[in-house]
Design a protein around this ligand. Structure first.
Ligand SMILES: Cc1ncc(COP(=O)(O)O)c(C=O)c1O
Length: 386
């Protein structure tokens, strides 16, 4: 135990509000009871609100990767052709999952600091009329890039046999994701992100078009068989033992989101992201994601020349109690990432920028001390609550 105050500024897991923590500390209840059925009913209703859909939203006791795998095994057959777009670690994972199940992957690979191109997807769809799915990571956590899922979904409106699968694991609750209006077929998230819960739950929205794909799928599946989950959900149940505690906490978190209003939740994230970007740029640092594709969940930043980002991350965590994350894979020690997805407010950003400045001073980086904090404050003064 230590009294050092800690700040979790990562893009998952994210901080959990105390109302949610208190709920999850209550004694466990049995899942085959009217109380739990009411909890499932309420979670279903509020998840539909957050996903902006009237379709089914299924809940699984799994991390986000389980939802990704579930989408592939339910929607396709071995040998099906799919387009996988990837500009980061999670797009790479989508490709691996598709290959694991014997899909024929058309690989649209980009640099991590680039956005997926709608024109490229259109060209591949034209060249492959047999294509059954397009898989897109909406908010790429490894790079902070926001991909154009709405525009890609538009390409599929007249293709009844081709669905769009959207990994919105760091999108839901941070950026706009209008499942029905945009025509998204499968949209997934994980509990440890914008839903402000501990890790361990995933949620997947499934459109009618996606259910038709499910009907023809022959890939073997058991736990992640969506049809079993849909059948149970109709009776406000889950087919297997659910993550009872997390579902109860989810209802509290969803109530908080509903109270704030989904548009306001998204606007708050946009403001936090803008303040973070202004703050780091005022320190003379360069943003990683391209200007046309910056999401509001996480801000990746190039580390200054000669300073491995791991050193910044280490000083901030060990000496100032602020946990941010290093880059992943090739970008390890080249970039650092500040998460602001979920239960965050102005002073989380101010605190983080202050800790970043203190770490940079100690690492010998030359800049105007205080400039980052001042720039972020200015964004909040000018654009935030007056
Ligand atoms: C965009 C994205 N997709 C997929 C995943 C995988 O989710 P999990 O780690 O919960 O399995 C993550 C987790 O960080 C993510 O950020």
């Amino acid at each position: 135990m230590s009294l050092k105050k800690r700040y979790l500024m990562t893009p998952g897991p994210t901080p959990v509000p105390s109302e949610v923590l208190l709920k999850t500390a209550e004694p466990i209840i049995h899942h085959r009871t009217p109380e739990f059925e009411a909890a499932i009913k309420s979670a279903e209703k509020n998840l539909k609100y957050v996903f902006e859909t009237t379709g089914d939203v299924l809940l699984f006791a799994s991390s986000g990767t389980g939802a990704m795998e579930g989408a592939i095994v339910n929607c396709f057959c071995a040998g099906d052709t799919v387009i996988v777009t990837r500009n980061g670690k999670f797009g790479d994972r989508q490709k691996l999952i598709c290959q694991t199940y014997g899909l024929n992957v058309i690989d649209l690979e980009y640099e991590w600091y680039e956005r997926v191109s709608v024109d490229d997807v259109a060209r591949e769809l034209e060249a492959h009329p047999e294509c059954r799915g397009v898989i897109v990571t909406q908010s790429e956590t490894s790079s902070g890039v926001l991909n154009p899922v709405r525009e890609i979904a538009d390409l599929l409106r007249d293709r009844p046999d081709t669905i769009i699968i959207v990994d919105s694991i760091t999108g839901i609750g941070a950026v706009e994701c209008k499942t029905d209006e945009w025509g998204l077929d499968v949209v997934m998230t994980g509990s440890q992100k914008g839903l402000m819960l501990p890790p361990g739950l995933s949620a997947v929205a499934v459109s009618e078009k996606a259910w038709r794909a499910v009907e023809r799928s022959t890939i073997p599946k058991f736990y992640f068989d969506w049809k079993k989950h849909r059948k149970a959900l109709k009776e406000s149940m889950t087919p297997y033992t659910p993550a009872v505690t997390l579902v109860l906490g989810l209802n509290v978190a969803l109530d908080l989101m509903r109270e704030e209003g989904i548009e306001n939740v998204i606007a708050r994230h946009a403001l936090l992201a803008e303040a973070t970007r202004s703050g780091v740029e005022a320190l003379g640092l360069k943003l990683f994601a391209p200007p046309e594709g910056r999401g509001s969940a996480v801000t990746p930043v190039w580390s200054p020349e000669g300073i491995p980002s791991g050193q910044i991350v280490k000083i901030m965590k060990n000496d100032y109690g602020v946990t941010i994350t290093n880059g992943q894979d090739f970008y390890k020690d080249k970039i650092f990432r500040i998460g602001h997805l979920g239960y965050f407010g102005e002073f989380d950003i101010i605190t983080t920028l202050a800790a970043l400045e203190m770490a940079l001073v100690r690492l010998g980086y030359d800049f105007e001390q205080g400039a980052g904090v001042r720039a972020a404050e200015q964004v909040f003064i000018e654009r935030g609550n007056k």
